[in-house]
Ligand binder design. Structure first.
Ligand code: CA
Length: 221
């Protein structure tokens, strides 16, 4: 899952980015409002963590412009402004959630997972598919009740495919979900992760749609 972090405080931004990466998110970090606006126009994110007091363009303005451009990405406002009118203004401007600094990193991670679930219209926190059960919060996977060890990237590929079951994800779309800005991507990385997943789980679980990408079939109830 790919997050846009918008925060001008370097120390705080660095800490949040590290914390989110540790929880398995790919993170792009924009340090001013214009950079955030550009990022939102050019990339598809699963969620945005938005500070309000920003150089060049305020967080509220970034949010208003994104919504005016019909960008429906889930947005969590993260700010020291904690008066009730501030919160009302933020939510009314199109934010989906609000967290006041100082905050707990674990709570931020959990709120992002909840926002992403809601964005995907998924009520259940666990993703299930046949004998497979993926827990995004605990970062655990089990197959027929037994735990399966996956690397962070393998887990992220499987998570993206399960969350989009029935839809084909291209290699580029998967790379977007796995890597933040400045992270080097090996040209055949996705193929390698898919190969490992098939070996650890079942060869037929992930289908290759030639020339398009990969998919996991939607389960029919
Ligand atoms: Ca700020």
């Amino acid at each position: 899952m790919r997050i846009l972090l918008v925060e001008d405080d370097r120390l705080l931004g660095d800490g949040i980015r590290a914390g989110l990466q540790q929880a398995g998110f790919a993170v792009d970090w924009a340090q001013d409002g214009r950079a955030a606006e550009l990022a939102l126009a050019g990339e598809a994110y699963d969620a945005v963590v938005l500070d309000l007091g920003l150089p060049r363009l305020s967080g509220m303005e970034v949010l208003a412009r994104a919504r005016a451009a019909r960008n429906a990405v889930p947005v969590l406002i993260l700010t020291a402004r904690d008066t009730v009118p501030d919160r009302i203004a933020g939510l009314d401007a199109g934010a989906d959630d609000y967290l006041v600094k100082p905050f707990d990193l674990g709570e931020l991670q959990a709120r992002l997972r909840a926002l992403i679930r809601r964005g995907q219209r998924q009520a259940e926190p666990l993703l299930r598919h046949g004998a497979l059960q993926l827990d995004p919060a605990a970062r655990r996977l089990s197959w027929e009740g037994r735990p399966v060890e996956l690397s962070a990237r393998e887990f992220a590929v499987l998570h993206a495919l399960l969350a989009n079951a029935g839809r084909v994800l291209s290699k580029a779309q998967l790379e977007e979900k796995l890597y933040g800005w400045g992270e080097e991507i090996e040209s055949n990385a996705i193929e390698v992760f898919v190969h490992h997943l098939r070996r650890k789980l079942a060869p037929e679980l992930i289908r290759t749609v030639r020339g398009v990408g990969y998919m996991i079939r939607k389960e029919t109830a």
